[in-house]
Design a protein around this ligand. Sequence first.
Ligand SMILES: Nc1nc2c(ncn2[C@@H]2O[C@H](COP(=O)(O)OP(=O)(O)OP(=O)(O)O)[C@@H](O)[C@H]2O)c(=O)[nH]1
Ligand SMILES: [Mg+2]
Length: 365
Amino acid sequence: MLVLAKSARHLQGALSNAGLAKSSLARHLSGSILSQQTLKNIEEAFIEADLGYQCAKEIVEKLAHRKFNDPSNLSEIQQYLRELIAKKLIKCQVEQKAHQAKIAIHDGLLVIVLLGLNGAGKTSSAGKLAARFQKRGEKTILAACDTFRAAAKEQISIWAQKANVQIITAQQASDPAALAYRALASARQNNADKLIIDTAGRLDSDANLMQQLPKMARALDKQKNSPLEKNTQEKNTQEKNTQELQQELQQELQQELQQGKEKQKEKRKEKIAIQFWLVLDATLGQNLKTQVKRFSEHVKLGGLLVTKLDSSAKAGALVPLAQENSLPIYFVSNGEKITDIVPFDAKIFAEKLIQIDDKSNYKNS
Ligand SMILES: Nc1nc2c(ncn2[C@@H]2O[C@H](COP(=O)(O)OP(=O)(O)OP(=O)(O)O)[C@@H](O)[C@H]2O)c(=O)[nH]1
Ligand SMILES: [Mg+2]
């Protein structure tokens, strides 16, 4: 496995050299446990793969009590490890049905604010998600709330073009919270299904930038709770004379009755959910846990999106993270193409973590 690619060699070596814990006769009768040396090698491999000492120790303790039909059969041990790890991560996997039915059990407007460290993959993930939702027939709008970095607006605009979605922008250095407010107003008026907000990369040590997050959360809440602004067309009608207006209103009423179903749909859209998703770069190892902690101090996180899983990093740190934290991992990004984003799957993740060859792949999901 990568993770265990090295340890697999360890493991194979250990299995062939180390004395097994039981005689072959006993093994045939009741299976065998792994040798201490093998267990030690596996523990080291897990620590190297960013699972952390505590988590590695727990896994190895379980492994130590497990009997295998043939402890020199690597695939049997791997299979057991995969199952163990997938079990630890399953609570972070969003049920497939919820994913298919528009993410997060929600049938109204879902606002996703992507945040994270510099270069984590926020902008490209925003573009990929927009393309994915739009393609499924969900009206999606992007908001370029990274007003901090000069080139950010252009970068996200290119993604909007590729994804074929509308984008709301503002001038560089303008207030990102005000832009988020305006973007949500527009998403509501346009009856959108998804609003994806890209934000500036920030170090958790940068107090000023971190303070922008609760401000953005307040702005979005304020817009969410304010009455739906009338669109420009409606405002124009106010300037017409009363008789004309009466006629138009009558017509509108009839249309509404005819399109009862459509109207119901619009009403439903007024359910608005706002979620802050932390974008985590898989290559950052154990640091992932710290980021979740630090960002949570400023804004309530609703989920995670893990990027760069196509790299040699396998984000082993998600395993201990999942033990302490049940934040859903909504998506993983596994490349730079617009289609390189897929729902997180605990089983595939575990297979990738515990593999020797490179057969397990999110691209198959
Ligand atoms: N290989 C690979 N590269 C990725 C992935 N996601 C993002 N990248 C690359 O990572 C780099 C940074 O991505 P961005 O989307 O610009 O990251 P960001 O978080 O918006 O960056 P800032 O706005 O500067 O904070 C780009 O070169 C992306 O192509 C991924 O899943 N796999
Ligand atoms: Mg960006």
